[in-house]
Design a protein around this ligand. Structure first.
Ligand code: ADP
Length: 311
């Protein structure tokens, strides 16, 4: 097992609420596990504990069988952490930064392979500040890979990256996992999770409110969800079907009935009667976003920071 977290509790102050409150999770070699949660849920604290920067109040963390806080030397060149822009050698060129990090970890012989794998060969001479958001994230990933390839900890690797850049980063992460790297990733993007994560851990108020594969978490047999124009008069549809139909948030609808071809047909016919149609419909499956919103009762976009005032 590459990362093992057991009954982890972290309190920043003696009297304070626990930022992480009894989480047990694991990441195996070759697995990509995504940590999802609203702001203040405890994702960064979890990641910092796994990185060994925050000590558990109770419970334990093991990375490659070692305590990351007290036995760092034992795993020093076996794992990689994606650096955020703080502490980054911004004046350095791409190749200088990779060479520097590789030298720190005795990985000089992997410089070319890492530069190539992260698609940075043509940008070797470019300086950090001249790179696009996606290129900067790829360089961060390259620096993490210099640290080691058995475990990768990635904090929002697709943040502020355009669609093409995101695609490239997710491909890279998937490629690493295919070679046996255990990857733990935090992200705000459900589509990223649906694309690459083998398993998801949803945190809320420091607790893991759900864990499983995307397939496990999104399979359902009790509803149909669809998206369409906001403000449709769904009370009518509810009467027609004899079941509850609600608009969960503007343009997101839920029909509380087991999906059958006949019910789906009725919903589509009703939409057509109103001269409109669903832009998407899920029957027998829910979106990960809907699972997340229901579990965390979040009604706000995940990308906004609130200064962690939700504990
Ligand atoms: P997330 O990354 O999911 O947004 P965090 O791990 O940053 O969540 O925060 C979890 C909780 O811990 C929040 O209530 C936050 O206010 C609190 N917290 C985070 N860092 C500290 C700190 N250094 N000192 C005290 N409280 C903190």
């Amino acid at each position: 097992m590459s990362i093992e977290v057991n009954d982890l509790v972290i309190r920043y102050t003696d009297s304070g609420t626990a930022a992480v409150n009894g989480v047990t999770m694991r990441v195996d070699p070759g697995d990509i596990v995504a940590l999802l949660g609203p702001n203040g849920a405890g994702k960064t604290t979890m990641l910092h504990a796994i990185e060994g920067y925050v000590r558990p109040t109770a419970g334990s963390v093991r990375v490659l069988g070692h305590d990351p806080a007290t036995e760092r030397h034992a795993i020093a060149n076996r794992w990689g952490v994606m650096p955020q822009s703080v502490g980054f050698p911004m004046g350095a060129t791409v190749i200088e930064a990779i060479q520097l990090f590789a030298a720190l970890h005795g990985a000089e012989e992997r410089v070319s392979a890492i530069t190539e794998a992260t698609g940075l060969s043509s940008l070797r001479k470019q300086r950090w500040r001249k790179l696009s958001g996606g290129e900067q994230q790829r360089l961060s990933l390259a620096l993490a890979l210099c640290g080691g390839t058995e475990v990768l900890l990635l904090d929002e690797p697709t943040n502020a990256v355009d669609a093409a850049g995101r695609e490239r980063i997710l491909e890279l992460v998937a490629e690493r996992a295919a070679t046996g790297t255990a990857v733990l990733i935090t992200t705000h993007r459900f589509d990223d999770v649906e694309r690459v994560a083998d398993r998801v851990v949803i945190l809320d108020h420091g607790c893991d409110v759900a864990q499983g594969t995307v397939d496990d978490l999104t399979r359902t047999n009790d509803r149909i969800e669809f998206r369409g124009p906001a403000g449709l008069p769904v009370a009518e549809l509810s009467i027609r079907l004899g079941v509850a139909v609600t608009e969960r948030s503007p343009g997101r609808y839920r029909v509380d009935q087991a999906p059958t071809p006949s019910v789906v047909g009725h919903v589509n016919a009703w939409l057509a009667d109103h001269d409109t149609m669903a832009s998407s419909m899920l029957a027998g499956r829910r979106s990960l976003e809907s699972v997340f919103l229901e579990l965390t009762e979040t009604r706000e976009p995940l990308t906004e920071k609130h200064g962690g005032d939700q504990s």
